[in-house]
Design a protein. Structure first.
Length: 147
């Protein structure tokens, strides 16, 4: 009979203090959605961790009423209730879609350039004439466009 699978480990990410500072809101939301733990390091030394609140044993009342997000530190329009979060999320979605479209365009250009290189290589070194090029053809067969 099959044995039950062990506990699936949560993903873990390790970031420098500067990187974590720039991406804090994204990391906090990702942590709550995926259970990911982020280890924040300073010069390679562990400094802090961003962990899911459900598994940390910390509740809202443990903080002692101190609410940095509601104090205006987070910037205009962002408070403890998350007001302004949907606008920020929509902005991030637009930015991601713009980048995705740009990367797809660049990928298409690179694929075309690579195909032109392979066509020239096939012209200069026809299949069977150079074992090194034939090995490259075989290694790249899965990513080359069918003719």
């Amino acid at each position: 009979m099959a044995e039950p699978a062990g506990r699936i480990p949560r993903p873990r990410l390790e970031l420098s203090l500067a990187e974590a500072r720039m991406r804090f809101v994204q990391l906090a939301r990702l942590t709550s959605l995926t259970g990911q733990t982020t280890l924040v390091t300073d010069a390679g030394r562990p400094l802090a961790a961003i962990v899911p609140a459900a598994g940390s044993g910390v509740s809202g009342s443990d903080v002692g009423g101190s609410n940095v997000a509601g104090s205006g530190v987070g910037g205009p329009g962002v408070g403890a209730s998350g007001v302004g979060g949907s606008e920020a999320a929509a902005g991030w979605v637009r930015r991601i879609e713009t980048l995705r479209a740009e990367f797809q365009r660049q990928h298409g250009v690179l694929e075309e350039a690579l195909e032109r290189v392979w066509q020239e290589l096939d012209r200069v070194r026809p299949p069977g004439s150079d074992s090194g090029v034939d090995a490259l053809r075989l290694a790249h067969a899965d990513i080359r466009r069918p003719r």
